[in-house]
Write a protein that binds this ligand. Structure first.
Ligand SMILES: Cc1cc2nc3c(=O)[nH]c(=O)nc-3n(C[C@H](O)[C@H](O)[C@H](O)COP(=O)(O)O)c2cc1C
Length: 306
């Protein structure tokens, strides 16, 4: 019998449309494999760069109403050391599509990191041009369509694997950035990274995060992410992966109706645990059956036709 949850995104074959989002548990081969055991259809690693990075001092995470605020500062061991974790995932008896999230402080750094990750066995690369709290990388690239195009074009020239581009919602015109990425060769888009935000402790009168400003994730940002996917879907022809506040099957279906072919899940894991992948997947499956749809493809972008 055909699996109605199966979906192909930029050559990656997923048995279901859920992915572990970048930065949540994706720092080791073991945790990436665990997400797959718990039912993720694909996994995205924590973002890795060329050199090891310590990240910011505590507090780096704060719980706020309807979401989570974080400014971790991209801590990671550097791509060479991280290659061992990539290999560990790929040696698993039940391999799962592995997307390695990368960042760089220049186009040439992005290219160097991409080559090492690709050689280590990444099935695809996700370019993090959207981190809102580390200077000179992330959103500072992602807010500039021509810089995004340059990074995508150079990475594409140097690796064979599909290239996903993760967009920032912290722009006036996300469609312009999405189009620039696709014209430069992006195979898929991920919308979105966290929303630039902050919180202040009224007792100490100080910003809560050590970095002062961070990124908001979780249910608070879902309507923003849905709007981004909806707007991008109208203008580009590559698959979109929705990300931001998915905690239930309803959220996932909403992203698909807006135009997403799959969803990434991050913050919900801290509240619901890894079981969230199975509960979302089962819920999507029941929805498709109840409504008489034979595949995910049939609902992708459906809200645009009504
Ligand atoms: C603690 C934490 C760390 C994150 N680290 C990364 C990262 O390394 N790279 C990246 O592209 N996104 C990172 N993100 C953003 C998530 O991948 C995701 O885009 C965002 O949290 C929205 O999805 P969610 O509401 O399901 O968490 C991080 C988010 C959180 C909460």
């Amino acid at each position: 019998m055909r699996n109605r949850l199966a979906i192909e995104i930029a050559e990656l074959k997923l048995t279901n449309p859920t992915m572990l989002a970048a930065g949540i548990l994706g720092m080791t081969g073991a945790s990436l494999r665990e997400a797959s055991v718990w039912g993720a259809g694909a996994v995205v690693t924590k973002s890795v760069g060329l050199k090891p990075r310590e990240g910011y001092s505590n507090p780096t995470v704060a719980q706020v109403d309807c979401g989570l605020l974080n400014a971790i500062g991209l801590p990671n061991p550097g791509v060479s050391e991280f290659s061992e974790e990539i290999k560990e995932v790929k040696q698993s008896e039940t391999p799962i599509p592995l997307i390695v999230s990368i960042y760089g402080f220049s186009t040439s750094e992005f290219v160097k990191v991409a080559k090492v990750a690709a050689e280590a066995g990444a099935d695809a690369l996700e370019l993090n041009v959207s981190c809102p709290h580390v200077r000179d990388t992330g959103a500072e690239i992602g807010q500039n369509p021509s810089l995004v195009a340059e990074v995508v074009e150079e990475v594409k020239k140097n690796v064979l694997q599909p290239v996903f581009v993760k967009l920032t919602p912290n722009v006036a015109d996300i469609v312009g950035v999405a189009k620039a990425a696709v014209e430069a060769g992006a195979d898929a888009l991920v919308a979105v990274n966290t929303v630039r935000a902050m919180a202040i402790d009224v007792e100490t009168t100080r910003p809560i995060l050590s970095n002062r400003i961070g990124g908001l994730s979780g249910p608070a940002i879902k309507p923003i992410a849905i709007r981004c996917v909806y707007e991008i879907y109208r203008e580009v022809d590559v698959p979109i992966v929705g990300c931001g506040g998915v905690t239930s099957w309803r959220d996932a279906v909403e992203f698909m109706l807006a135009g997403a072919s799959a969803v990434q899940i991050g913050t919900a894991i801290s509240a619901k645990g890894m079981g969230v992948f199975k509960s979302v997947t089962r819920g999507i499956s029941s929805y498709l059956k109840r409504k008489g749809f034979r595949s995910i493809e049939e609902i992708v972008g459906l809200s645009h036709r009504s």
